[in-house]
Design a protein around this ligand. Structure first.
Ligand SMILES: Nc1nc2c(c(=O)[nH]1)N(C=O)[C@@H](CNc1ccc(C(=O)N[C@@H](CCC(=O)O)C(=O)O)cc1)CN2
Ligand SMILES: Nc1ncnc2c1ncn2[C@@H]1O[C@H](COP(=O)(O)OP(=O)(O)OP(=O)(O)O)[C@@H](O)[C@H]1O
Length: 218
């Protein structure tokens, strides 16, 4: 057992949804700090298998993904698996602010932290925010996801904004550690109007729909 817990800070009176999100982010980040580099590396290998086997990813010619930061599940095994299959992989580029842009994954060696605190980024030409329309599957980072599709991110609103460029039928897959999947009835994640829901949550141990697939009749 990893010994990690599922934080759910009790909201106090007068706290708004944004503050509740921040309290939860802080608690989940603290749990993430406790995982060893070995656990995180193993999670990366396992989650690559899980996500790589998703039918929506197997069928995709273009996938948008991201380069993990130190406490996130490692995404490099997934990036290399997809590239090895000949899938085109879009990666976030933040530019000087938190601008939303994309560039193609070419190789692990090309990924570099280009500003302190930022995720590693590819060095190739940027393609504009709208390049996301190419992706048939979108793998998004998250701190937590609930079983109703709510996603808690790092708090920049980057994905909430950039998902406006996704094609409507693209499948959005959030990747988290198993303890970060929340029951939408017992422990719903704080949610705001601008929050974009995700379709699938993937962890190193498996994946599940968190939103009814189109045409499921529900
Ligand atoms: N791996 C990864 N890539 C991602 C995201 C993510 O959550 N994880 N994002 C999800 O949306 C976007 C980037 N979001 C970001 C949001 C905030 C900061 C940020 O505040 N950075 C601070 C330093 C923070 C630190 O040191 O930890 C800074 O730039 O000053 C950076 C990226 C796109 N790429
Ligand atoms: N579509 C949007 N348009 C304008 N502002 C937005 C939009 N989405 C998010 N924001 C703003 O971005 C900030 C962070 O949003 P939120 O807390 O939902 O981030 P997050 O989804 O956790 O982060 P990220 O997507 O970067 O991982 C909030 O102040 C919010 O008002």
């Amino acid at each position: 057992m990893s010994g990690t817990v599922q934080p759910y800070p009790v909201p106090h009176s007068g706290q708004d949804v944004g503050e509740a999100k921040d309290a939860l982010r802080a608690a989940i980040r603290a749990e993430r700090e406790k995982r060893s580099p070995r656990t995180r590396a193993r999670a990366g290998v396992e989650i690559a298998q899980v996500v790589g086997d998703l039918p929506q990813v197997r069928e995709a010619g273009c996938v948008a993904a991201y380069v993990s930061r130190p406490t996130e599940p490692d995404t490099l095994p997934l990036l290399e698996m997809l590239a090895g299959r000949g899938v085109r992989v879009l990666l976030p580029v933040l530019g000087s602010g938190l601008q939303r842009d994309w560039a193609w994954f070419t190789s692990a060696d090309d990924l570099q932290v280009r500003a302190p605190g930022r995720p590693p980024e590819p060095g190739g030409p940027t393609l504009g925010a709208g390049a996301l329309v190419e992706a048939e599957a979108i793998i998004a980072p998250a701190l937590a996801v609930d079983t109703g599709g709510a996603r808690l991110g790092q708090g920049g609103g980057w994905y909430d904004r950039v998902l406006a460029y996704a094609r409507p039928e693209a499948t959005v897959v959030a990747m988290v550690f198993p303890e970060e999947v929340y029951d939408a009835v017992e422990r719903p994640l704080p949610r705001q109007d601008h929050d974009r829901t995700v379709d699938i949550v993937a962890t190193p141990t498996g994946w599940t729909w968190v939103r009814e697939p189109e045409g499921s009749g529900h």
